[in-house]
Structures are given as C-alpha cells and as structure tokens.
Design a protein around this ligand. Structure first.
Ligand SMILES: Nc1ncnc2c1ncn2[C@@H]1O[C@H](COP(=O)(O)OP(=O)(O)OP(=O)(O)O)[C@@H](O)[C@H]1O
Ligand SMILES: [Mg+2]
Length: 327
C-alpha cells in the first residue's frame, strides 16, 4: 500500500459521530456482500463513526475485503488494534461478530463442530428396543445432534456475520490446513452429513502477532494487512478518542514520550493499548505535565518488564529532566 491515496469522505451522513450507514441490499459482484460500502472513503468514515480510527491501508484493505469477499490476514505487534478492527467492522456493517479465539492445541471439535454424544446416547437408549442400528444411525447423525462451534456457526448463519479468527499464529499448521476449506470455499465437510455451504458471505478477519510464520497456502487465500504502531498524529487522535478529557498538551506529550520509549530496544514496547491506559491514568491523577517525576511514578502503566524499566527510566527519565531535549 502506498501513501498516495487519502481516503476522502464520500457523504455528509458519514462524518465522524454520525450513525453508521445502514446496510442496504443492492446488486454487486459475485462474493460481494449486499451491505458492502461504496468506497474506501465510506468505510474510512464508517469505521471512525463507530469509534475506530483506521489508517489509510486499513480502510483500503477493509474495503477490498467487503467488495471481493476475501478473508484478511491482519498481522502486527500486540495492542495495535487488530482485534478491535474486526469488532469495529461488525459494528459498522451491523453484523454479529463470531469470534474464534485460537490457542495451542485448538482442535476441530472446538473450532468447527462436535457431535452431542450425550444426546446421541439418550436417543440410542430410547430407541434401543426393537430398532435396527441402521435406523438409529440415520437418526443420530442429523443436524439436531450437532454442537456448532464458531466456524460452523459463521457458515450456517442466516444473516451475514463478521468472523474473527483471533491469534491464528497460536495454532499449529494442521489447524491452518483445516481452515483452508473454510477460507476458500466457505464450506465445511462433515463426513456423516456432507458439505455444509455458507448461506451468507461472512467478512473474515484472521489476526496474528507474527509469533510464527504462517503457511503460504493460508496467505494465498487472504488479503494482507500489516498494522504497526501509528504515526504521532494518528495515535494522538486515538488517545483523544479514548480519553477525551485529557488536555491537548498532555496528550501530545504522552504520545511523544511513548514514541521515545518505542525507539529503545525493549522486550515489549508500549502499544496503543498502553498509551490509552496511560492517558486514562494521567487523567485520573489530574496530571498537568509529564515531567521526569510523573514519568517515573507512572511508567509502569506503559513498561511491563523489569529489565525494560531500568533502560526506560535511565534513557527517557533523563531526557524528561530537560524538556528542551524532547524532539
Ligand atoms: N485505530 C484505532 N482506533 C481506535 N482505537 C484503537 C485503534 N487501534 C487500537 N485501538 C485501541 O487499542 C486497544 C488495543 O487494541 P486491540 O486489542 O485490538 O489490539 P490487538 O492488536 O488485537 O492486540 P493483541 O495482539 O495483544 O491481541 C483497544 O482498546 C482498541 O480500542
Ligand atoms: Mg487481539
């Protein structure tokens, strides 16, 4: 994504603070959801209206995802708004958010579906006397005995949803392989029932902290969005949004200091989430300026490793001692 295209608002109704544009059915390209926005500018303003301030590439990729019906792989460091983007899209498109939280050892039974063994057993017992196995088998492998997990829920939903597959990098490659059918064909094959096709087209977001390289097969099926720490003015706007009562001067100083901390070689640089927490903490404490003392007292809100604290206290604390040093 180049920085050459600046998404422009397309309609007065889409200005910040206005309600999200209503979903309206209209003919579109194959795979394009009926409620897809009309332009990059519309989705940019729509996301802002529901409390998410997207960067240019975020608005563009979100637009393409809704138009092309392709999943988006969102990668980036912790706390830069990957999960929140999916939630904001669901709010903007007025769709239910179906979330699959990934973890090590996640298997199909927790991600796709499971047979309800207890119910099957009860049915077998109820039908036991005089009923042949074939008849019982036909009976107990019907939809009634399926326990739907997030992926099947998203596929079977009558109304289009936003499907968030969060932290996909925590699973293993076998799980990724299993996902391919869902991501490219929007269907799930259940051996006893056959393929279940999607009734509506979900907008799918996968997030990753990049803790392991994902397979090429998965990447090929997705659009790609790299979310990084935002530029100063962008982060300032996000801080204002989450802590509107913090003064402009303190908020600006805060994002400058966070930027300085990020420039150090730390185990865990502060993210947007930490900037927001710090802003709220400073507001609560009634701080009017971030000097060396305030910084030392409150830096544990943004620096969360013992080793990092020493580096930050020494390097940033010193700089704050003489405000002229702050670029
Ligand atoms: N562009 C943005 N506009 C508004 N709020 C944002 C934006 N980006 C991040 N935030 C806020 O930052 C916080 C962290 O975001 P989120 O939880 O989505 O991060 P993440 O990238 O999913 O982190 P992790 O990798 O740890 O899961 C949330 O409170 C979110 O509201
Ligand atoms: Mg997240």
């Amino acid at each position: 994504m180049t920085a050459s295209r600046s998404p422009a608002p397309t309609s007065p109704a889409a200005s910040a603070g206005a309600p999200a544009p209503a979903a309206r059915p209209r003919p579109g390209a194959p795979g394009e959801p009926a409620d897809a926005p009309d332009s990059v500018g519309a989705i940019y303003e729509g996301l802002r209206a529901v409390g998410y301030l997207p960067g240019e590439s975020t608005a563009l990729v979100s637009y393409l995802a809704t138009k092309l019906g392709k999943p988006v792989l969102v990668e980036g460091p912790a706390g830069v708004g990957k999960t929140e983007l999916a939630k904001a899209l669901a709010r903007y498109l007025r769709r239910e958010l179906v979330r699959l939280q990934c973890y090590e050892g996640l298997d199909e039974a927790k991600a796709l579906y499971e047979w309800n063994y207890r119910k099957q057993l009860l049915r077998i017992q109820a039908e036991a006397s005089g009923t042949g196995w074939d008849a019982v088998q036909d009976d107990i492998f019907g939809e009634e005995f399926l326990l739907s997990r997030p992926l099947l829920t998203a596929i079977r939903s009558e109304r289009p949803v936003v499907l968030l597959i969060d932290e996909i990098d925590k699973t293993d490659q076998e799980f990724e392989a299993m996902l391919l059918e869902v991501l490219s064909d929007f269907q799930i094959s259940i051996p006893e029932l056959g393929p279940v096709h999607s009734r509506t087209h979900p907008v799918v977001l996968l997030t990753s902290n990049n803790s392991r390289e994902l397979t090429e097969a998965l990447k090929r099926r997705c659009l790609y969005l790299w979310l990084d720490y935002p530029a100063l003015e962008h982060e300032l706007a996000i801080v204002h949004l989450h802590a509107p009562d913090l003064s402009e001067a303190v908020a600006r100083r805060l994002v400058e200091v966070v930027g300085m901390v990020r420039d150090l070689d730390l185990k865990k640089p502060p993210s947007i989430a930490e900037s927001i927490d710090w802003a709220r903490a400073l507001l609560l404490l009634g701080v009017e300026d971030i000097d060396a003392d305030v910084f030392t007292e409150t830096m544990s809100v943004i620096v969360k490793h013992r080793a990092d604290m020493d580096v930050v206290a020494e390097r940033v604390g010193l700089k704050l001692g003489s405000p002229a040093d702050v670029a």
